[in-house]
Ligand binder design. Structure first.
Ligand code: ADP
Ligand code: MG
Length: 427
């Protein structure tokens, strides 16, 4: 796989480089009302900051950097609600120089107006294209449709300024999108000299270590190896549980998904989140690997999912009807911290509770603190919401070995699946 360093060694001064970044950040539109419409602001700029090293390295080396990214799910048409304008603004603030946005026109995000903006770029300029998902072709299953969009995007960067040799290169830095066969991570790589950005490289290196012992000769992960899973759905995480269970020493389960496991032990889960069609699968997992799986013993429950809800701590085996389990309880936090103690490798995906609301954030905080406090362990946080939780709770990100920006992609990598975007970079 060619990397950003290879591209920098070739020399990029004056060249147009198309960078696919992961800028899919949450927006805060709360300041906007019908009387005074205010543009939304970026609510959590973690992914923008994570994307800067690659963009900056290219700009510093004199490249003309054309960044493309997606935001939300705009259904393949131009929808101002999903404009990358607030992202361009925030990126400019973080870099200390302006990042203009090439607005989408009737001919899409890579049409005449984008071409004009690109042709005006100087060395070291950065331009952000509008949301690539404004193009229905981006996510199309039809190779020709995706290919036609890829051709238009490639045209933006293929003719460099006169006298600059070998213009046109593609850098994929969007780890969060590499598990999709989309134009911006797959078809483009087939059409341009392609390189893995810093973020993609870092992610792959860490995930290879976590997946370790596989055929690629990576060293097996150091033991004890503890995996902590939470979040909302068991069905999302089942494949990764199955892939990792043989390689790990312990699996700690909290979050909304724990109730399907508790139900599988014939516990009463009240009105908690439950995936009834997964109960059978969960009991099988408990049968096969029950000695490795640690479930909560107490639960923070409430009638309503509400910031001011009255909460109570109840035993995990008997959550009363009418109550929803919304966080792991204090005794469980202690147990989980104890089971994490001494771990050399930790992978954590999925919050332990509804951390977005203060009354249900303490379980996630406790577990995050316990992981952050492990001396010398390789600790990896995967998943968009888990990474957001770390930042929201004010825990120093540096205390973790690695915070993955790509939730679905990191899970699929650990499941052992071939990721189209990675395969395209390797080709
Ligand atoms: P990640 O993005 O880190 O992979 P997920 O998307 O799987 O995590 O899950 C995150 C969501 O799970 C959060 O929005 C959180 O509120 C929710 N969640 C956690 N615990 C519970 C619970 N007990 N009941 C309902 N939702 C929960
Ligand atoms: Mg999520």
């Amino acid at each position: 796989m060619q990397t950003l360093d290879d591209l920098l060694n070739e020399g990029v001064a004056g060249r147009r480089v198309l960078v696919r970044s992961d800028l899919n950040v949450p927006l805060d539109s709360s300041r906007s009302s019908e009387e005074s419409p205010a543009p939304p602001r970026v609510a959590d700029d973690g992914r923008i900051r994570a994307s800067l090293p690659t963009i900056r390295a290219l700009a510093d080396a004199g490249a003309r950097v054309v960044v493309m990214a997606h935001l939300g799910r705009p259904q393949g048409e131009i929808d101002p609600k999903y404009s990358l304008a607030p992202v361009a603004e925030r990126m400019g603030e973080l870099l200390g120089w302006p990042v203009p946005l090439a607005e989408a026109g009737e001919d899409g995000i890579a049409g005449a107006s984008a071409m004009e903006k690109v042709s005006q770029m100087q060395d070291s300029d950065i331009l952000l294209l509008e949301n690539v998902r404004f193009e229905a072709a981006e996510t199309s299953k039809d190779d020709d449709e995706r290919g036609a969009l890829a051709d238009r995007l490639v045209a933006l960067v293929s003719d460099g300024p006169p006298g600059v040799p070998g213009s046109g290169a593609y850098v994929d830095d969007a780890f969060g999108a590499v598990h999709r066969k989309h134009t911006s991570v797959y078809d483009i790589a087939e059409r341009l000299p392609h390189y893995a950005g810093k973020l993609v490289l870092d992610e792959i290196e860490v995930l290879r270590r976590l997946a370790g012992g596989s055929s690629d000769g990576a060293a097996p992960p150091e033991k004890p190896y503890v995996v902590v899973l939470g979040g909302s759905k068991v069905s999302d995480k089942l494949a990764v549980i199955k892939a990792l269970l043989p390689k790990i020493d312990r699996l700690l389960i909290g979050g909304g998904m724990c109730f399907t496991f508790l139900k599988a032990q014939n516990f009463e889960v009240g009105d908690s989140l439950l995936e009834a069609d997964m109960v059978e699968t969960c009991s099988q997992l408990l049968e096969e690997a029950g000695d490795k799986i640690v479930l909560p013993s107490d639960i923070v429950a409430a009638r309503e999912l509400d910031e001011s809800a009255e909460t109570s701590v109840v035993p995990a085996e008997s959550i009363p009807n009418g109550l929803k389990g919304l966080d792991i309880g204090p005794r469980t936090v202690e147990t989980f911290a104890d089971r994490l103690d001494g771990a050399r490798t930790v992978f954590w995906n999925g919050p332990m509770g509804v951390f977005e609301l203060a009354p249900f954030a303490e379980g996630t905080r406790g577990v995050a603190e316990a992981i952050a406090a492990l001396p010398g362990a390789l600790s990896v946080v995967g998943g968009g919401d888990s990474a957001a939780a770390v930042r929201k709770l004010g825990i120093d990100e540096q205390r973790f070995g690695h915070i993955s920006t790509g939730g679905g992609a990191s899970l699929e990598y650990l499941e052992g699946k071939t990721l189209p975007g990675v395969a395209a970079l390797e080709a």
